[in-house]
Design a protein around this ligand. Structure first.
Ligand SMILES: [Zn+2]
Length: 459
């Protein structure tokens, strides 16, 4: 039986024991060994001038490429086919000799990317969820895990969040069995100082109990998925509750949409902080005290490859996960990049906007792709959540969780917003629904795109 299925059948007190045992195990893994040294080193690197960071990154990259070519079937064959040797990659700029690696290639044959000596690296297993349901499972070395958490804690510490700070967590874990219909819809993970709230029990009926439990905890820090925290904010507003303002709200896992930022800030009275990273660890971006999004240039080699609409695809080379080397890996996200300086003094590239996933586009009847669908829902205050499902070009199934302020006028506005972007011949099938289902990892997907790629005109 699957571990989660066993957990769901345990009595509540045993679930608490299981959560704390698992929490302690995760904590030892993430923060044991030489984590503290890596964190101190990551903090020290922040003061380095750009040339020193570039030199550090190139040294790391050279060793990584040597290892990738020597130890993984995919890179051995790829370099041979290109008539290159590992010595041809001396630095960041030399990566352009290699093709961009798309997710599908890795998903098809992940074993060909696993280093032959991965077993000696005390690996954990990472899972990513895919758009078609086909996720990726791969090994992450202890060192890679420590470097990633060091980069994340460097960002948190810069905002004043201490390693021992208790946290209210709103993520995608199924902590509470779905059959449970009375509180608590949360579990205390005392070894990680987290009060973890179930993503699957938050409804009109239970929201008040969530807010009561939050109040009782005396929190200062909320962390989780934007969709979860925005949904909680929408419930609080509906109930006329004013939650206490936390000192920090940190977001991760999903890209933050303008409407979500707006409602979270309005209801909690605290502007959320953003960071961008992924299990594959090929890129990382952290928000600074001045609100800018800085590329963590010492963490990986990030390339921004221009897309036709002025935005850039995020392509990255991780140099710390020697168990599963990914070179020029296309994350499938889009960003708008800036070189201008930030008042905080950090150097390197900045990201003006993280636009989220490339898959989040719709297709017009003529086969043209249209992105940035989140903007359709901007300023639509009568909408709590929405999802657009597309199976046929030009036809959209729009599901909306509406507030009581929803009227025919709101519907006309929504239809006209879609018509502006997709053409007046777009067919919109609108349905009001009580809730929108999450993915298996608890994420809310704005667009569920089911048109096969082959049917599209590249836009
Ligand atoms: Zn800054």
């Amino acid at each position: 039986m699957h571990r989660e299925a066993i957990y769901q059948r345990l009595p509540q007190w045993l679930q608490a024991v299981a959560i704390n045992l698992e929490g302690a195990r995760v904590r030892r893994r993430r923060y044991g060994g030489d984590f503290r040294e890596r964190l101190a080193a990551a903090i020290a690197r922040q003061a380095w001038p750009p040339e020193r960071i570039a030199a550090y990154r190139d040294t790391q990259l050279r060793a990584f490429v040597q290892h990738a070519v020597a130890s993984t079937p995919h890179w051995r064959d790829q370099f041979a086919a290109l008539r290159l040797t590992a010595d041809d990659v001396r630095g960041h700029a030399d990566l352009a000799q290699l093709p961009i690696l798309d997710k599908e290639t890795v998903r098809r044959e992940p074993k060909r990317f696993v280093a032959e000596n991965a077993a000696s690296m005390r690996c954990a297993t990472a899972h990513t969820s895919g758009t078609t349901g086909a996720g990726l499972v791969f090994p992450v070395s202890r060192r890679a895990e420590h470097e990633q958490w060091a980069t994340w804690w460097r960002y948190r510490l810069a905002h004043g969040i201490g390693v021992q700070e208790p946290c209210l967590y709103f993520g995608g874990r199924s902590l509470v069995p779905l059959s449970q219909t009375s509180p608590p819809y949360w579990r205390l993970n005392s070894s990680s100082h987290q009060l973890m709230f179930s993503a699957y029990h938050l409804t009109d009926d239970t929201a008040g109990e969530y807010l009561d439990a939050m109040d009782a905890s005396g929190y200062r820090w909320i962390h989780g998925y934007p969709s979860q925290i925005a949904l909680l904010a929408a419930h609080a507003e509906r109930l006329g509750r004013r939650p206490r303002a936390p000192r920090w709200i940190t977001l991760g896992a999903e890209s933050l949409m303008p409407a979500q930022r707006e409602i979270i800030t309005r209801v909690f009275g605290t502007a959320p902080l953003q960071h961008y990273g992924m299990a594959e660890g090929v890129a990382n971006v952290s928000q600074c005290e001045r609100g800018s999004l800085h590329v963590d240039e010492d963490f990986s080699c990030v390339e921004f490859i221009p897309a036709p609409d002025g935005r850039c695809r995020v392509v990255g080379t991780n140099f710390t996960n020697w168990a599963f080397p990914l070179l020029r890996y296309d994350v499938g996200d889009l960003a708008r990049v800036s070189d201008s300086a930030c008042a905080c003094g950090r150097r390197g590239r900045r990201v003006e906007e993280l636009d989220g996933r490339i898959e989040d586009y719709l297709v017009t009847a003529r086969g043209v792709r249209v992105g940035r669908i989140d903007h359709v829902f901007k300023d639509m205050e009568a909408i709590v959540e929405a999802q657009v499902i597309q199976e046929v070009p030009g036809v959209l199934q729009v599901q909306v969780v509406a507030r009581s302020t929803w009227t025919d006028e709101e519907e006309r506005r929504l239809r006209s917003e879609f018509a502006t972007r997709l053409g007046s011949d777009a067919v919109l099938e609108l349905r009001l629904v009580p809730a929108i289902p999450r993915t298996s990892s608890g994420k809310l997907r704005l667009v569920v795109q089911r048109i096969p790629d082959a049917q599209l005109v590249r836009g």
